[in-house]
Design a protein around this ligand. Structure first.
Ligand SMILES: C[S@@+](CC[C@H](N)C(=O)[O-])C[C@H]1O[C@@H](n2cnc3c(N)ncnc32)[C@H](O)[C@@H]1O
Length: 369
């Protein structure tokens, strides 16, 4: 530790020295490293601007407008009700970020990132939702001092105060989650097969996208969604619409106050734990352990912090969840520690296709809880 501290202190002094920076640029290898580091620092500095370029493109529906083919600046300006010179500034910025691409002298088409964003409708929904986070982050120190009035916490208030939940709020926010839930469901089930399992209990399962996908893939499975009453209604509606009501049902309740129903041999917590503080998470894990059959499997999927699989994701969720008013992203080591304290063993990281969205973890009940 002492040696490491000495080395890191030397490194920090060198990196902080303008003379050092000037001299390394003379050597090709060091120049490459220095340029890469400068680039990374620039991206962090400019990140807020990049986000707003994307937000403006989404607000103007530019990716949808260009999906049919190239359009001129004047056509786009008329369609977006913006002056040509103002819109052109956005188009050029978006082209620098590969969201758009210049086409000929005066036309524009989708860039590869703009085209890819159309394949993930959850992105546009999250970008629209982000204006709340950005307004909170306009004054980061104020937010860190006092988050009680943050725009995001007002938005999510109903989720932490189930007594105040409104059907309209439930629907609005469940739609937002459902946008990305099908990608998550696919990823989770590709990394953790439920073959041979009897019954899934999806705690905080929202409008039932994950449970419905599991039912479609595993014909012998039954599934129950446990969520706030207004949300559980939406899951029941989905099962009925998709002809899955024979095997799928939903139960309204409060996962922090009510006992979880017994009988399932898989209990899933998909994007749940990181929304809540440690005491609630410990209570929920213990409740899952009590409800779990001896041959059961606990399935967790959520974004992890401190993971080489997705550097930077933890930074995003630390700030987002702080502004939201509860929760934090956790490292694999921390989740393992909490699972073991709640009576689980054999904690495994199963990976995922999209570590930016989730990592898939499983655990089994310990022999003696
Ligand atoms: C972040 S969303 C995750 C939804 C879904 N699992 C997914 O991955 O899209 C959190 C879910 O937990 C539910 N929830 C929040 N507080 C709850 C509570 N006290 N009891 C039951 N469900 C709750 C919300 O209604 C919501 O569906």
């Amino acid at each position: 530790m002492l040696l490491k501290n000495w080395l890191l202190t030397r490194r920090d002094r060198l990196l902080g020295s303008p003379v050092f920076h000037q001299s390394v640029l003379r050597f090709p290898l060091f120049r490459w490293i220095a340029r890469r580091r400068a680039r990374e620092l620039f991206d962090i500095t400019a990140g807020f601007v990049y986000s707003q370029v994307l937000a403006a493109c989404v607000e103007l529906d530019l990716f949808e407008r260009l999906a049919e083919g190239p359009r001129t600046s004047a056509q786009l300006a008329a369609a977006c009700d913006l002056p040509v010179d103002g819109l052109e500034r956005l188009l050029r910025a978006a082209a620098e970020l590969r969201l758009l691409q210049r086409w000929g002298a005066d036309s524009w088409r989708l860039g590869d990132l703009g085209a890819a964003s159309r394949g993930s409708p959850g992105i546009a929904a999250m970008v629209r939702h982000h204006h709340l986070l950005y307004s909170d982050l306009a004054e980061p120190l104020s937010l860190l001092r006092d988050r009680s009035q943050s725009a995001l916490s007002q938005y999510w208030a109903y989720a932490s105060r189930p007594g105040l939940s409104e059907a309209e709020n439930a629907q609005r926010y469940s739609e937002l989650m459902a946008q990305s839930q099908s990608f998550v469901a696919d990823d989770v089930l590709a990394h953790c097969s439920l073959e041979g399992r009897r019954e899934l209990l999806d705690v905080g399962g929202g409008s039932g996208v994950f449970a419905a996908e599991a039912l479609r893939r595993f014909a012998g499975l039954r599934a129950r969604v446990f969520d706030l009453p207004d949300v559980a209604v939406l899951a029941d509606e989905r099962f009925a619409q998709e002809g899955l009501e024979e095997r799928g049902s939903a139960l309204g309740g409060d996962m922090f106050l009510d006992a979880l129903p017994r009988g399932a041999d898989v209990i899933s917590l998909i994007r749940i734990l990181h929304d809540h503080d440690d005491d609630r998470v410990m209570g929920l894990l213990k409740a899952a352990r009590r409800a779990m059959e001896p041959d059961g499997l606990l399935l967790i999927a959520e974004p992890l912090s401190e993971t080489a699989a997705a550097p930077g994701v933890g930074a995003y969720f630390h700030l987002y969840l702080w502004a939201m008013g509860s929760g934090q992203p956790r490292s694999l080591a921390r989740i393992r520690e909490m699972l073991e304290a709640a009576g689980f063993a054999d904690v495994r990281e199963r990976g995922s296709y999209q570590p930016l969205l989730v990592r898939v973890l499983t655990a089994r009940p310990a022999a003696t809880p």
